[in-house]
Write a protein that binds this ligand. Structure first.
Ligand SMILES: Cc1ncc(COP(=O)(O)O)c(C=O)c1O
Length: 402
């Protein structure tokens, strides 16, 4: 009989969204008269359709696939040159020196965050922020990495933990952050790059929400920080800027100058290892989807991405105003589509979940589902229709919290 991966039994049960659904379902059954008025503000999925530039590119690419002369079969393992060039071009426009072949296309950032561990050795000392996107920790547990420490996000550090006094080998950073909506300043990221260089560590930088940054001066990429191309890999997604959650496309940026080391002490670039990994385990993103991704970089596409993200950020502003009126404490919602709200005094994250569901039929995400440091908070997502957000704001204003 085949042995199973023992590491899977070390995972904590992934119960957050399942438990949310279970509790909402129970509530619907017990209160059928209220079922229709439940509004979900807990989910991180987008609600608005794809930008028109992508739709046009998709239609055109599908038509090409219907004709022998323009039909395309297997594409290049790392993505077509047209899209890698568009992506790297945007980095260069922003003053970073990223080459087209340092971009590796993928079917989304979640897979990249997980698969990157394929090119890292065992026994690394891993640092992960808490609260956090659960994929980083779970994939390390699956890979059998036991030396995982958590960086505590708190009110005091604004949920941007500073580098610790002890050394690590791999650090996961995600800014703008899911779930807290916090962003790191240039100085804060520079401190992390300095830490990584001092300790010969690697930063895995998840910039899935960079398109939501509105404050001037906040870095959109780790590679805006001098020295980062020697110690960082960046993961990016088209899910939240272009609404590709159902289309699936993202990319990893691996500068050729980013190095790790072998057991014998020899230095090795990560770039050829990832190239080898991808060409062995991945057969690329479909041609029409790559054309849709390319369209995000056209003049029309860029304007539409701005409109789309502005739409969700307008939702964020409405929610912030509603929370301000209720005098609730929160962070986020300025450079990120999430608000991280402090629970009312004496309530846990799950108490708050029940309180909002039972009193105003709003579904939130309990902060404790994102790590120990998330207890005492809940997340509100701005990915919703305007009508729903306006109704959420109205309902919040009716809450009696005394
Ligand atoms: C921080 C973060 N990284 C990555 C992802 C995954 O994005 P994708 O849809 O590209 O897999 C998400 C999705 O919610 C996320 O919140």
């Amino acid at each position: 009989m085949a042995f199973v991966n023992e590491n899977y039994f070390k995972l904590s049960p992934s119960y957050l969204f399942a438990e949310i659904s279970r509790r909402v379902e129970t509530y619907r059954k017990e209160h059928p008269e209220k079922a229709a008025s439940i509004i979900r503000c807990g989910i991180g999925d987008v609600t608005e359709p794809l930008p028109q530039a992508c739709i046009k590119a998709l239609h055109k690419a599908v038509d090409e696939m219907a004709v022998r002369e323009t039909f395309r079969g297997y594409g290049p393992d790392y993505g077509y040159e047209f899209v890698r060039h568009a992506i790297a071009g945007e980095y260069r426009e922003r003053g970073m020196t990223i080459a087209d072949d340092e971009i590796f296309l993928s079917d989304g950032s979640k897979c990249d965050c997980a698969n990157i561990l394929d090119i890292l050795g065992g026994g690394n000392r891993i640092l992960i922020a808490d609260p956090v996107y659960p994929v980083y920790n779970d994939t390390n547990v699956m890979a059998g990495n036991s030396d995982v420490s958590f960086l505590e996000g708190t009110d005091e550090n604004g949920f941007v933990p500073p580098p610790p006094g002890t050394a690590a080998d791999v650090i996961y950073l995600c800014f703008p952050n899911n779930p807290t909506g916090a962003v790191a300043t240039r100085e804060q990221l520079a401190a992390w790059v300095a830490y990584a260089r001092k300790n010969d560590a690697l930063i895995l930088f998840d910039a899935a929400y960079e398109a939501y940054i509105r404050t001037a001066g906040i870095p959109h990429s780790i590679f805006e920080i001098p020295g980062a191309s020697e110690c960082a890999i960046e993961m990016r997604s088209f899910s939240k800027n272009g609404g590709f959650t159902g289309l699936r496309c993202g990319f990893v940026t691996i500068p050729k100058t980013a190095l790790g080391k072998r057991k014998n002490g020899t230095l090795e670039a990560f770039h050829p290892l990832w190239a080898r990994r991808q060409s062995t385990k991945f057969n690329g993103v479909s041609y029409p989807v790559q054309r849709a991704a390319e369209a995000l970089y056209s003049e029309e596409g860029r304007a539409q991405v701005k409109d789309l993200t502005d739409f969700y950020m307008r939702n964020a502003k409405l929610l912030r105003e509603a929370l301000d009126k209720c005098e609730w404490q929160y962070i986020g919602g300025v450079d990120a589509p999430y608000l991280w709200v402090k629970c009312l005094p004496g309530k846990t994250s799950w108490d708050m979940f029940s309180f909002l569901l039972e009193n105003v039929c709003i579904v939130s995400t309990p902060g404790s589902g994102f790590g120990k440091m998330g207890e005492g908070y809940f997340r509100l997502s701005c990915f919703n229709s305007r009508a729903n957000i306006e109704e959420v704001c109205r309902r919040l204003s009716t809450l009696k919290v005394a």
